[in-house]
Design a binder for this molecule. Structure first.
Ligand SMILES: [Zn+2]
Ligand SMILES: [Zn+2]
Length: 223
């Protein structure tokens, strides 16, 4: 992980006014939190400033949309009374830091990785069922469903989540609230009475495959 001390070392090369340097360091420190980025291997990239100075930063994969990181950073600065760089500068930094946002996350994030493995297993089962005579169009339909669900969980779901939402799957305040510890919970000022068919699709994956199994159960020879 990129530590603050390393950042200060990196920024020593920058011959700019102290305030700007401190502000860049402040944002980079926030940005390098494992909640938003994951460092990939040992690669690094160099940021060139307008005065010719260079800052070397590690290559990272950003796991959260740029606008969301900046929104969170704004909130953080407000709550700590820190006057940050302009939004356009923040966007530039985010863009330069992240090697890419939509890159394969397999092997990086354990939770996402486990989910992906689960869907991979279900896909394999469907392929196997196909060899036992499962209708090709049904095979195709469910395989596509599994593929779409995995892509959504990997990439697009982050765009659905917000601080407040009447969709229970989208409400981060609700999701992050501890129902036992009052100090670690927040109350929603809204009902969660809407649903998102794309986000809840993941719950249907297993039963869809089980249904396919039941269709051709009799064709499968017992060992
Ligand atoms: Zn809510
Ligand atoms: Zn959704």
């Amino acid at each position: 992980m990129l530590h603050f001390v390393d950042l200060v070392m990196l920024l020593k090369k920058v011959h700019r006014d102290r305030l700007t340097r401190a502000k860049i360091a402040h944002f980079l420190e926030f940005l390098s939190s494992p909640a938003y980025c994951q460092i990939v291997g040992f690669g690094s990239r160099v940021i060139k400033l307008s005065n010719g100075a260079e800052i070397k930063i590690p290559k990272v994969i950003r796991t959260v949309m740029a606008s969301r990181v900046i929104q969170l950073y704004d909130t953080f600065c407000e709550s700590t009374d820190f006057s940050s760089l302009r939004r356009s500068s923040l966007y530039k930094i985010v863009k330069l830091c992240a090697s890419s946002q939509k890159t394969s996350l397999q092997g990086l994030d354990n939770t996402i990785d486990d989910g992906m493995k689960g869907i991979d297993t279900l896909e394999k089962i469907v392929r196997k069922l196909n060899t036992f005579g499962l209708d090709p169009s049904l095979t195709k339909e469910v395989t596509l469903f599994l593929y779409r669900t995995s892509q959504h969980s990997k990439f697009d779901i982050k765009g659905h989540i917000s601080f407040q939402s009447d969709v229970v799957n989208h409400c981060s305040r609700y999701a992050l609230s501890d129902n036992k510890e009052k100090d670690f919970s927040g109350k929603c000022q809204h009902e969660h009475d809407n649903s998102c068919s794309v986000c809840s699709a993941v719950l249907q994956c297993e039963s869809k495959v089980t249904d396919l199994y039941k269709e051709i159960q009799d064709n499968i020879p017992s060992e």
